[in-house]
Design a protein around this ligand. Structure first.
Ligand SMILES: [Zn+2]
Length: 261
């Protein structure tokens, strides 16, 4: 039977290597605050006009921080990333609110959002997320040798010309799909660069592909910055360095033209 309603919260974090000291959480779950109890309480508090669903909560070893809820009849099945198993009751309550408001198309409170975000951005939690991704995640990637361009060769050449051969990554390759919106991506947990296969074409100039590899390599050089809970992917230093690419404007313009066709 297909679920009646489903809501998913997926928070994918791309985090740089961490140097922060580990943090210990002193709070423990009181016996009466089982996850099922917490979900039922939050449900009642939201004032949703229907009977309280029968909550079943499971912690799953997902490869990312993700949680979802499925409602079938009166049975609500909640699957939560096991990374959140040690989270204090307040965080679980916030998550319950986020999932339930999504499921019943309501607005979650700012407090719930902030509480959840503050927790998942704690260094110790981030480390666990990173770890889970490294161990459980899997990156689908094609060989760097495409039909028209060899990404490994391009990486080596860019590394030599712009980075004094100082940068390294574990893998570089073409994406499985041919996305025309996500042209390149760097995953710091796996140290992997992916370039969209839509660029492996004779109609794409070599320096356009090279520029994209250069851009992703700058992500290795300038890791993600954080301002509070905001993530700065392209810092000012990143943007400045990017402009040093020969004929930067013209390459960007041509790239835009190729993908606006
Ligand atoms: Zn970027």
């Amino acid at each position: 039977m297909a679920p009646e309603t489903a809501a998913r919260i997926k928070v994918a974090l791309r985090v740089s290597p961490l140097s922060d000291k580990p943090q210990q959480l002193a709070l423990s779950l009181h016996p009466s605050t089982t996850p099922e109890f917490v979900f039922a309480r939050v449900f009642r508090r939201l004032g949703i006009r229907r009977s309280v669903p029968d909550f079943h909560i499971e912690y799953k070893p997902f490869s990312s921080l993700r949680s979802n809820i499925n409602l079938t009849g009166n049975r609500a099945k909640v699957r939560i990333s096991d990374i959140l198993q040690e989270a204090p009751p307040l965080v679980l309550e916030a998550l319950a609110e986020l999932l339930l408001t999504q499921l019943f198309r309501r607005q979650a409170s700012v407090e719930a959002r902030e509480c959840y975000l503050a927790y998942i951005f704690e260094p110790a939690v981030r480390r666990q997320i990173d770890e889970a991704r490294r161990k459980r995640g899997r990156i689908r990637l094609l060989s760097p040798q495409g039909r028209h361009f060899d990404l490994e060769k391009i990486f080596a050449s860019v590394n030599e010309r712009f980075f004094k051969q100082e940068l390294s990554c574990n893998r570089i390759g073409w994406s499985v799909g041919r996305s025309r919106t996500v042209l390149g991506h760097y995953d710091p947990a796996h140290k992997t660069i992916t370039i969209s296969r839509s660029l492996d074409s004779p109609s794409v100039p070599g320096d356009v592909v090279e520029y994209l590899v250069f851009h992703e390599m700058l992500h290795i050089r300038f890791p993600l910055e954080r301002r509070g809970i905001r993530r700065v992917v392209h810092s000012r230093a990143f943007r400045e360095a990017e402009k040093s690419y020969p004929h930067y404007r013209s390459v960007r313009d041509r790239l835009k033209r190729i993908f606006s066709e």
